[in-house]
Write a protein that binds this ligand. Structure first.
Ligand code: AVI
Length: 324
């Protein structure tokens, strides 16, 4: 286990050392300014995201958990006996536990996440609770090709990508991910994916701009992370959180807006902001059942079943690999 932790830390150290600085400078010198949402998730960011999932306005997690709780026996019918369940971006194991409870014939669980700490801790707890299940964590950026553990090689694979995380990908990246997942999971694979649905803008806006200001803190933490990691001097009080639904592009946009004209130093570079100028930090795309099916079909998958929550806010969609 110690070796696994060390390998994971080496991986994270290399990530922070190389691409973080380059991506931040490239994003802040681009027009319009932007930062990748993947950098939200340092330790503080991951804790703030957990807090977001419990907010009254953030319906996504509650709706998906309700679907998994109520429909797990139907969903479990899509898992072949003695198969491996591969979760992309696993984080906490709350959702997969519902599937494992309904499908005791799953032989292996392969959580894939870039954050080694959570991965290893959750894996230990799952091994304790499911002694017959092979828990085979993989520390990797799941958007890039990675190898599945040899111990799961001969098993049929089911992918699990909950949380509407696919909504944080640009549509062409979402299509690329679906293709890459199909190649990784192999012939005969099924993919179970959580999708946030298009709905009234007032519900969407509230979910990303909550009254308690937790999402604002989550967004501003990106600047705090840059201050800490890249020797920068962002004044967090001089920026404010903005989130709004862009109905033409069916996406929530999150920005950090400069409250005044100002100059910020990052990694020895000087970045100028106009008053009101924003850094675009995240898109969260929303789909209709039909628009997601079209995306999946165009990316090598066949929609085989879908389970919405009773309000029709969220959808768990099952896909089968198309060319098998
Ligand atoms: C992780 N992801 C699905 C969240 C979302 O809803 O797009 C991230 C998030 N951003 C603000 N609130 C939650």
């Amino acid at each position: 286990m110690a070796a696994q932790i060390q390998a994971a830390l080496r991986y994270e150290g290399a990530e922070a050392g190389s691409s973080f600085a380059g991506d931040v400078i490239a994003g802040l010198t681009a027009r319009p300014k932007r930062l990748s949402p993947k950098y939200f998730y340092d330790e503080t960011g991951a804790q703030l995201f957990e807090a977001i999932t419990a907010l009254p306005e953030y319906y996504l997690t509650r709706c998906e958990l309700e679907i998994l709780r109520e429909r797990a026996p139907d969903i479990a019918r899509f898992f072949p006996a003695d198969s491996a369940l591969v979760e992309f971006g696993s984080g906490s194991s709350k959702k997969v536990r519902m599937l494992l409870a309904a499908a005791p014939t799953i032989a292996a669980y392969v959580p894939v996440d870039i954050s080694s700490q959570m991965l290893i801790q959750e894996a230990e707890e799952l091994r304790r609770d499911h002694p017959r299940l092979a828990v085979l964590p993989v520390v990797a950026d799941f958007t890039q090709p990675f190898s599945l553990p040899a111990a799961a090689a001969g098993m049929p694979h089911t992918g699990f990508f909950p949380g509407s995380t696919i909504g944080n990908f640009e549509p062409h990246d979402a299509a690329a991910f679906l293709r890459h997942a199909g190649r990784m999971l192999g012939p005969g694979a099924t993919l179970l994916i959580g999708i946030d649905l298009v709905k009234d803008a007032s519900i969407l806006n509230a979910a990303y701009d909550d009254a308690a200001g937790v999402t604002a803190k989550f967004n501003l933490n990106l600047l705090a992370r840059i201050n800490r990691g890249l020797d920068a001097d962002f004044d967090l009080d001089a920026f404010c959180h903005q989130a709004f639904y862009n109905s033409e592009r069916a996406r929530i946009e999150m920005h950090l807006a400069s409250r005044k004209r100002q100059r910020v130093r990052v990694c020895g570079r000087v970045i100028d902001f106009r008053a009101g100028e924003t850094i675009h930090t995240e898109n969260s795309y929303k789909y209709t059942a039909a628009s997601f099916k079209a995306l999946a079909r165009g990316s090598g998958w066949v929609p085989v079943a879908a389970w919405p929550d009773p309000q029709g806010y969220f959808l768990v969609q099952a896909l089968a690999r198309g060319d098998d």
